[in-house]
Design a protein around this ligand. Structure first.
Ligand code: HEM
Length: 537
């Protein structure tokens, strides 16, 4: 009998026949016919030609020819691990999701990634990192698909193809592979100035993490939670690494990429294999669900803005421990499919226009990346909650559905003809009022592009500010177009004049005119601790 092995979803299962084959004394075709050899093709005489009738030859090569699937359109390079999330009960006053009940343990699968590089690019590049967590909850899978940077480049998903086209390698030479140091990236982010805060985070030491184990994670958008009484609250999610936040310095990252381009994935796998399980606390910033969805002057629906922790402290609601490496990279890390619309009852989306567009994009791209609409049946994507849907057929269908009536109401398959509907259903379980005329206009609060970049820059220690100025100078120096280099410096004068002048000097460019700087978007002084919205009340 085959030994029990860990399946992609963490449940012990029998080994698949294909993994037995590697250890067995004999091989078979995919149909189970025993083979005499796998080393020599069938020929007409010793000197050939090779005969088309050699089924094993054709099957072996044909399957090999189709081994690759398209890499993700973004976040192509990643590393993942299994683990468990344990709730401390602190969120139960605002959220009825079972995953947050005190002491509740839920299996998770986490994929960390770079954004721009291809599958074979290096790890220690200057980029944003993906931090995607799949919670296999008893009430259905919940995906928290976040990044290690709490703000985003754009405020509206309609701009996503633009930022990605600009950030990916130049279409003519397909360079650079994995760095943002090129004309198209800087052309876009200096013209489209709502990207300024995210770019500033990228240029800071946060853009080159020391390890996946030492990164924060952020849900970025504001989400809506509801409790058992139907009361709603707005939240922002934060992952806080128990090992603290650490970065490489630029020179270290350059050497690392040369000596070990797999540095981050090796570090994660080695740590888990040696029993040094990485841990993160999950926290929420909690805001009242007011009509204007603002908090202390900050628009909670604008994904280019954070709410400083001095104004809304992060309250810890549980801890995640990563304790097992994937068994097979392709089956798990490559085929996992996250989606911000995978939500559990009690956790909902808001009208953030970036989030709304993401809700469309992930399933759409996965249908092409994973070859049709049935990838939820892959072991890594299978919910741990019972599934009873009426989705049928399609490419790569592996389920053998029974009955004749995959529709409701039906009176043919027994059971209740009408769909009863769960009282505690997921997906907008508390009615939300929607009103307004159709318009492509955005709110005035979305026009503030610089105050949070300034807030971030001024929060850095002098040595971090120096690293950030050096990063701007290095990256802009790589741009061929002088006009883009100068524009890069000019934009910075909206953030901090000293920074702009320092980068200009490093590039040998004239210092830009000082700008009239608007006040930071938060109304109270940041040193003053703001109004708390405690979880127990
Ligand atoms: C993939 C995060 C915005 C489209 C990913 C992944 C992460 C992520 C972590 C990798 C998932 C994995 O490991 O498999 C984010 C965050 C965003 C954001 C935090 C903004 C706050 C967007 C937007 C779009 C988008 C606006 C499109 C309108 C995609 C696509 C993939 C992806 C197409 C590839 C998915 C796949 O092939 O499985 N994103 N993303 N993302 N994201 Fe986003």
């Amino acid at each position: 009998a085959a030994p029990a092995m860990r399946s992609a979803t963490g449940n012990p299962t029998q080994a698949e026949p294909s993994s037995r084959a590697q250890r067995s004394t004999h091989l078979t075709t995919a149909q189970g016919a025993r083979l005499a050899t796998t080393d020599h093709s069938l020929r007409a005489g010793e000197r050939g030609p090779v005969l088309l009738q050699d089924h094993h030859l054709r099957e072996k090569i044909t399957h090999f020819d189709h081994e690759r699937i398209p890499e993700r359109v973004v976040h192509a390079r990643g590393a993942a691990a299994h683990g468990v999330f344990r709730a401390n009960g602190a969120a139960t006053s605002i959220c009825r999701a079972a995953v947050f009940q005190d002491g509740k343990e839920t299996d998770v699968f986490v994929r960390f990634s770079t954004v721009l590089g291809s599958r074979g690019s290096a790890d220690a590049v200057r980029d944003t990192r993906g931090f995607a967590v799949k919670f296999y909850t008893d009430e259905g899978t919940w995906d928290l698909v976040g990044n290690n940077i709490p703000v985003f480049f754009i405020q509206d998903a309609i701009k996503f193809p633009d930022i990605v086209h600009a950030g990916k390698p130049h279409p003519d030479r397909e360079i650079p592979q994995a760095q943002s140091a090129h004309d198209t990236f800087w052309d876009f982010v200096t013209l489209h100035t709502e990207a300024t805060a995210h770019t500033m985070w990228n240029m800071s030491d946060r853009g080159i993490p020391r390890s996946y184990r030492m990164m924060e994670g952020f849900g970025v958008h504001t989400f809506r939670m509801s409790n058992h009484d139907g009361e709603t609250t707005l939240v922002k999610f934060h992952w806080k690494p128990r090992l603290g936040v650490h970065s490489m310095v630029w020179e270290e990252a350059q050497i690392t990429n040369g000596m070990d381009p797999d540095f981050h994935r090796r570090d994660l796998a080695d740590a888990i294999e040696s029993g040094a399980y990485p841990q993160w606390d999950l926290g929420v910033q909690v805001f009242p669900d007011t009509e204007d969805q603002m908090f202390e002057g900050i628009d909670l629906l604008d994904p280019t803005k954070i709410v400083p922790e001095e104004l809304a402290p992060v309250q810890i609601i549980g801890t995640m421990t990563l304790n097992a490496n994937p068994t097979n990279y392709f089956a798990e890390t490559e085929q996992v499919a996250f989606h911000p619309g995978h939500l559990a009852p009690g956790i909902d989306v808001t009208a953030d226009p970036l989030l709304q567009g993401r809700l469309f994009s992930y399933l759409d791209t996965q249908i092409s990346r994973l070859g049709g609409p049935n990838f939820a049946q892959l072991p890594i994507n299978r919910p741990h909650a019972p599934v009873n849907d009426m989705l049928r057929d399609g490419m790569h269908q592996t389920a053998v559905h029974t009955g004749v009536a995959p529709y409701k109401p039906n009176s043919l398959d027994g059971g209740c003809p009408f769909f009863a509907g769960a009282q505690d259903g997921a997906l907008i379980d508390v009615p939300v009022e929607i009103q307004g005329k159709a318009t492509r206009q955005k709110p005035a609060s979305f026009e503030d592009h610089f105050s949070q970049a300034r807030l971030f820059y001024r929060s850095l220690a002098p040595v971090e500010q120096e690293h950030t100025a050096n990063a701007y100078a290095f990256e802009l120096a790589k741009c061929y177009e002088p006009v883009i280099r100068q524009r890069g410096v000019n934009v910075l004068s909206n953030v901090d004049q000293e920074l702009a002048e320092s980068v200009a000097a490093k590039l040998g460019l004239p210092a830009p005119e000082p700008q009239q700087l608007e006040p930071v978007a938060t109304s109270p002084a940041l040193s003053q601790v703001g109004r708390e919205w405690p979880l127990d009340g």
